[in-house]
Design a protein around this ligand. Structure first.
Ligand SMILES: Cc1cc2nc3c(=O)[nH]c(=O)nc-3n(C[C@H](O)[C@H](O)[C@H](O)COP(=O)(O)OP(=O)(O)OC[C@H]3O[C@@H](n4cnc5c(N)ncnc54)[C@H](O)[C@@H]3O)c2cc1C
Length: 320
């Protein structure tokens, strides 16, 4: 059995993507977790069920919002536990933290991998990812002693460990001084709408220009499924949805298990941000729309009729 220490970094609490990364870490070695904020009792229970015996907590306060400081904490945790692989559930912030940590650790960096493995012969960490709007599958090996990787949400299904363990929580001392020239002026947290975060949701319902700005049917289906809401750039430009809901080349990249795109043509700029989705469902009036052509399932018709009917059927099925 491998004894490779694998550090999973929880930047904002023990959420689903952290447990997915822990599941992946168990397949590659012995998982440990670094949290940049205090852990709740529920967090510790979830980590124990996931087989994490050791959790380090670097309580950096507001300084955790500076990637240079968070990167320093990751490097300190790697040294504290002797890890040779670091996994971060991907996000814009995680990529920045990963870059700082890689620099400090002199480690090779893999960004947004969908799969990770250890090479049978060399023992090197090997990561798979799609690039150039999904037209190429690439495989990269990290040749440095320590590897850092950001892992795409939904790349693996989070599963409990065969045997639960008791997680020992230890503080990790880290210098939280901001680098010279950097000051945190202020930050504002958006109120949550009670829906999952777009980039990490397992199910996403998206509305395009075909909604004509009325997203009520999209919201109804998303709420029946417990899904996140996404959109296209044209709808953002129209002011129908905020920019952080935009999926595509100049928006968020998503890889949910289920993508439902309603009133979306499936232009290449949009396709590039969702091509790694599991099952793709298109709802469109036009059977020749590119999204219909690449979909696993397509419903040809008016989204304002189809989405509420689907939501109703799902609610009846789930009895809610
Ligand atoms: C540099 C650049 C970057 C870009 N980046 C992005 C990006 O990141 N993300 C992105 O999404 N786009 C991006 N775009 C824009 C992209 O090229 C497309 O214009 C956009 O994705 C189209 O949005 P849409 O599918 O909502 O609209 P449309 O292409 O207008 O498609 C609307 C679809 O709705 C269907 N429809 C109409 N009414 C109904 C109805 N009642 N029921 C069901 N179906 C209906 C129509 O048949 C049609 O297929 C970018 C463009 C450029 C130039």
């Amino acid at each position: 059995m491998s004894t490779r220490g694998v550090l999973v970094v929880a930047l904002g609490g023990v959420r689903a993507p952290v447990l997915e990364a822990v599941t992946l870490a168990r397949a590659l070695g012995t998982p440990a977790v670094l949290s940049l904020q205090p852990l709740t009792d529920d967090d510790v229970t979830a980590l124990g069920a996931a087989g994490v015996a050791r959790a380090l907590v670097a309580d950096l306060g507001e300084a955790r919002h500076a990637a240079a400081v968070s990167g320093r904490a990751v490097a300190a945790a790697v040294e504290a536990i002797g890890a040779s692989l670091v996994l971060l559930p991907t996000s814009f912030v995680a990529k920045e933290v990963a870059a700082h940590a890689s620099f400090l650790l002199d480690a090779g960096l893999l960004i947004d991998v969908a799969a990770l493995a250890l090479d049978d012969e060399t023992g090197e960490v090997v990561g798979d990812k799609r690039v150039f709007a999904g037209t190429w599958e690439t495989r990269c090996a990290v040749t440095s002693p320590v590897a850092v990787a950001t892992v795409r949400a939904n790349a693996v299904v989070a599963a409990p460990a065969g045997e639960a363990t008791t997680t020992a929580v230890e503080p990790l001392e880290v210098d939280a001084t901001l680098p010279r020239g950097l000051a945190l002026i202020g930050r504002e947290e958006r109120p949550s709408e009670g829906r999952p975060a777009l980039a990490e949701a397992a199910t996403v319902v998206l509305g395009g220009r075909g909604t004509e700005g009325d997203f009520s049917a999209v919201e109804e289906l998303a709420d029946a499924l417990g899904a996140a809401i996404g959109t296209t750039r044209d709808c953002v430009d129209e002011g129908w949805q905020p920019h952080d809901a935009q999926v595509g080349q100049t928006g968020v990249t998503i890889a949910p298990r289920l993508y439902i795109g309603a009133g979306i043509s499936g232009a290449p700029h949009h396709h590039g941000g969702m091509q790694a989705s599991g099952t793709v469902v298109a709802v469109n009036l036009d059977q020749d729309a590119p999204l219909v052509q690449i979909a696993d399932f397509a419903v040809i018709g008016d989204l304002q009729e189809i989405l509420p009917a689907a939501a109703q059927a799902i609610r009846e099925h789930l009895d809610r």
